[in-house]
Ligand binder design. Structure first.
Ligand SMILES: Nc1ncnc2c1ncn2[C@@H]1O[C@H](COP(=O)(O)OP(=O)(O)OP(=O)(O)O)[C@@H](O)[C@H]1O
Ligand SMILES: [Mg+2]
Length: 389
């Protein structure tokens, strides 16, 4: 567990109250029901009577396949695309079985689940909820944003439902795991991640950030290796912006959001510009390249914040054979003054990214790469990591 993460857990206030009811002894009126209200749930769940959803998830004809692909409908492990199997279903807790726990973060637990009526496999994140009306308003807004995101670089959102006091967010299951699990695996094997692969990861993350910002005016705010996931097709996607990370953190009164990946301007309590995501990307890429966290491990949380603001930014060791383009990309991402730091769109023009984007799947085969990482044989029908159902 990372220093920041253990700190976050310790400092986090318990969010244990029933949604839709005011806190005990609260003099304030009960918040307007949100998640139990049918209009929102009808909107969030895959209710075919909702014309907006019908448009988004209409059955795929052959000609519609590419459009579906661009909207992020996930691939099956063998790369083919089927019709959206959840189209006619309302997601309900009783229809889900947990296949395995994928991990636990500061906001809740993520599991691989199977939707029994369809056999469809998803990742489900359980988030503890707060009855605070501000939380519920933010939640409604964030869920609507998730629902509107359709991009190959963003994990697809399938719907949300209440399970007791917890919000369950159902999303596309990315069998290749997170970049954190990937680099740990590569390190364990005594191998390393090539610069061409790092270029493809950076390129995908930037595509996701530009999509969020341009199309939805959203800043990720929690970019880090565990929030970048990969499919067994080698597609890199972003998860955990808004709802499942920052939403919960934003309502806690303490340092829950403290993280290795926070930009100096955020630590200093300033505003949160779009360039903060670029700082986090730089740090994330140093970590993935080095296959370890770039900050000294002995720092207490407060010392870490001081270190990020006052010490030289992390960089790749001089004696390692990284290209000048990659080194310069990282130092541009981690310019301390955010006014001088490029936005995601601007850093996409950097030669490291431009050169990466020219490389074809034959040049850099991400599908073969991720399968090699997990020793996943092409002939298998299910990935060996994580386990098959
Ligand atoms: N859609 C997904 N497909 C596959 N694995 C996922 C998916 N979403 C999350 N995970 C994995 O589940 C684990 C737990 O995720 P979670 O977001 O709860 O915590 P985190 O990102 O590790 O940390 P934190 O909560 O501190 O930000 C992570 O390893 C993450 O990569
Ligand atoms: Mg996460």
């Amino acid at each position: 567990m990372s220093l920041a993460r253990s700190h976050a857990r310790k400092m986090k206030p318990a969010l244990h109250v029933q949604l839709n009811s005011a806190p005990a002894n609260s003099a304030s009126p009960s918040p307007a029901p949100l998640l139990n209200s049918r209009p929102l749930m009808d909107y969030l769940e895959r209710n075919p009577r909702d014309p907006a959803r019908e448009n988004q998830f209409s059955a795929a004809s052959g000609a519609d396949r590419n459009a579906r692909s661009m909207r992020g409908i996930p691939e099956t492990p063998n790369g083919s695309r089927g019709p959206d199997p959840l189209m006619n279903y309302t997601l309900r807790p009783e229809d889900m079985i947990t296949v395995k726990k994928l991990g636990e973060g500061s906001a809740g637990t993520v599991s691989k689940v199977k939707h029994v009526p369809t056999g469809f496999v998803m990742a489900r994140k359980h988030v503890r909820c707060d009855p605070n009306p501000d939380f519920q308003r933010l939640l409604e807004r964030e869920l609507k944003t998730l629902d509107r995101c359709h991009s190959p670089w963003i994990v697809t959102f399938y719907g949300a439902y209440m399970d007791g006091d917890e919000l369950a967010i159902c999303m596309e299951y990315c069998e290749g795991g997170s970049m954190e699990s990937v680099y740990k695996r590569v390190a364990e094997k005594g191998s390393s991640i090539s610069e061409n692969v790092l270029g493809k990861i950076s390129e995908a993350v930037l595509n996701g950030l530009v999509y969020l910002h341009k199309m939805h005016h959203v800043i990720h705010r929690d970019l880090k290796p565990s929030n970048i996931v990969v499919t067994m097709e080698g597609n890199i996607k972003l998860c955990d912006f808004g709802v499942s990370g920052d939403l919960v953190n934003s309502l806690a009164e303490t340092f829950v959001g403290t993280s290795y990946y926070m930009a100096p301007e955020r630590i200093q309590g300033g505003k949160y510009p779009v360039q903060s995501d670029v700082w986090s990307l730089g740090l994330t890429m140093v970590e993935i390249a080095q296959m370890k966290n770039p900050f000294p491990s002995n720092l207490a949380p407060f010392e870490l914040l001081h270190y990020i603001v006052n010490q030289p930014v992390p960089s790749l060791p001089e004696d390692e054979p990284w290209s000048a383009a990659f080194r310069d990309f990282l130092s541009q991402c981690m310019i301390k003054d955010f006014m001088k730091r490029p936005t995601p769109e601007q850093i996409m023009e950097h030669r490291f990214i431009v050169e990466s984007s020219i490389r074809t799947p034959e040049d850099v085969n991400m599908r073969a790469w991720i399968r090699e990482v997990w020793d996943y044989a092409d002939s298998a029908t299910e990935p060996s990591i994580p386990q098959a159902i």
